[in-house]
Write a protein that binds this ligand. Structure first.
Ligand SMILES: CC(C)(COP(=O)(O)OP(=O)(O)OC[C@H]1O[C@@H](n2cnc3c(N)ncnc32)[C@H](O)[C@@H]1OP(=O)(O)O)[C@@H](O)C(=O)NCCC(=O)NCCS
Length: 386
């Protein structure tokens, strides 16, 4: 028996909301033999793109059954140095095809439809990120649709527990006003790859908890960055986004050893605190997370400043949030910054794969050249695309 025709159309909240959530629940992301994460969008499947300047969600229907979804957003970012060279990038996000309908061309057709929307909006490059070992996704985008491997940043994850980190007394931490943070971003990060032109929108979003700087106490007279002039020799900055307000995560499958370790470490932590074994939070119930973005550092002592800021964010999550169980950040694969960011290897992903495709003929050569040169060390990972 043949199949009916697959119909692709824009997402309609009234008709599709519950069906999209159901599809999301049935779709595993990541290889079957490994732990995978479920996303709970809290009744708003479009929550991950809603904060972008332009966005779209498409659904695919087959015989009135919802069999696939895809989301996309468009914005201007820095793709090449010098930073004057802005490009319009279309982000491909949240592609899911119902398990029983895979390998029928639905995934590729959804991507192509989204690319048509990008092209109609004058997009230069399409972008997508996937786990390096997600074979279906890599083969679909790279082998079939002509995307090229572009960067391989590392996703670093640290669990939040109730042990507070001590902030060294010789380090000063200060929260910046939004305008100060915005100025700092334009001054120091505008040439960073993928830096978004609308950084002000991110900083002003209610999910942005703030931007902090850390520097050696007493190194400067006056306020940090006042008049755009006074900076200590060493300093670091970070902004924090409360992703848990948008959607929750839950561990879907875990090796028994992980489950046992979770339970036993909690018991040990409770009864034998002298072991100093960090308790792994319970990841089997929906939990929120903080995303650290826009991390930047200057000067010889900046590694220590980065570490202190990360610990400060951990303490903030532990005391101010009810359900933030992990702190997540993503940094360039060859960026030495990762050495200073506390994270657990068990929970982190050393190589996330970012792929790009030039949608205009004149950009094809540029993309080829960009993939040949070593990546600029720093990458900006927009919290809206997490
Ligand atoms: C990845 C996914 C969207 C693919 O959807 P799909 O509708 O099956 O994809 P298509 O039928 O269009 O496949 C196109 C090509 O991709 C490749 N491909 C797709 N699934 C594959 C698999 N499981 N193994 C190997 N190659 C695969 C093949 O080259 C295929 O062409 P072919 O069937 O002619 O050989 C789907 O497997 C899925 O929903 N996975 C879970 C969610 C996920 O990982 N999303 C991607 C996150 S970026």
């Amino acid at each position: 028996m043949g199949y009916g025709e697959v119909i692709t159309r824009s997402y309609d909240r009234q008709i599709d909301r519950a069906r999209v959530e159901d599809l999301e629940r049935r779709c595993e992301v990541g290889p079957a033999e490994r732990v995978f994460l479920f996303t709970d969008t809290l009744g708003d499947p479009i929550c991950r793109i809603r904060n972008s300047p332009m966005y779209k969600m498409l659904v695919a229907e087959l015989d009135r059954e919802l069999v696939g979804v895809i989301q996309g957003s468009i914005k201007q970012v820095t793709v090449q140095k010098p930073h004057e060279d802005l490009a319009k990038v279309g982000y491909v996000l949240g592609l899911r095809v119902a398990p029983l309908h895979r390998r029928k061309g639905i995934g590729s057709s959804l991507v192509c439809k989204l690319e048509e929307w990008f092209t109609a909006n004058d997009v230069d490059y399409a972008y997508m990120a996937t786990e390096k070992d997600n074979e279906a996704s890599v083969k679909l985008f790279v082998n079939k649709l002509g995307y090229v491997n572009f960067r391989t940043p590392a996703i670093l994850v640290h669990p939040v527990n109730n042990r507070m980190f001590h902030t060294p007394s010789n380090v000063q931490i200060r929260k910046l006003k939004i305008e100060e943070a915005e100025n700092l971003y334009y001054k120091f990060m505008a040439s960073t790859e993928f830096f978004p032109y609308d950084i002000g929108n991110i900083l002003r979003n209610k999910l942005s908890l703030g931007t902090w700087v850390a520097y050696p106490r007493g190194e400067i007279v006056g306020e940090f960055g006042s008049n755009g002039q006074i900076f200590p020799k060493s300093w670091a900055m970070v902004s924090v986004w409360n992703s848990g307000e948008l959607f929750k995560l839950r561990l879907g499958k875990a090796p028994l050893s992980c489950l046992l370790y979770t339970k036993s470490s909690k018991l040990i932590d409770k009864f034998l605190p002298c072991f100093k074994l960090p308790a792994i939070p319970d990841f089997y119930h929906p939990f929120g997370f903080y995303f650290m973005y826009g991390m930047h550092r200057e000067g010889p002592l900046s590694g220590k400043m980065v570490r202190t800021l990360c610990q400060f964010v951990h303490n903030m999550a532990s005391t101010k949030s009810k359900d933030c169980k992990v702190i997540v950040t993503e940094v360039g694969g060859s960026d030495a910054l990762r050495l200073h960011i506390p994270h657990w290897k068990l929970l982190s992903c050393p190589e996330d794969l970012w792929c790009m495709k030039a949608l205009k003929n004149e950009k094809k050569k540029t993309l080829r050249e960009l993939t040949k040169i070593p990546p600029t060390i720093a990458l900006f990972v927009d919290p809206r695309e997490v």
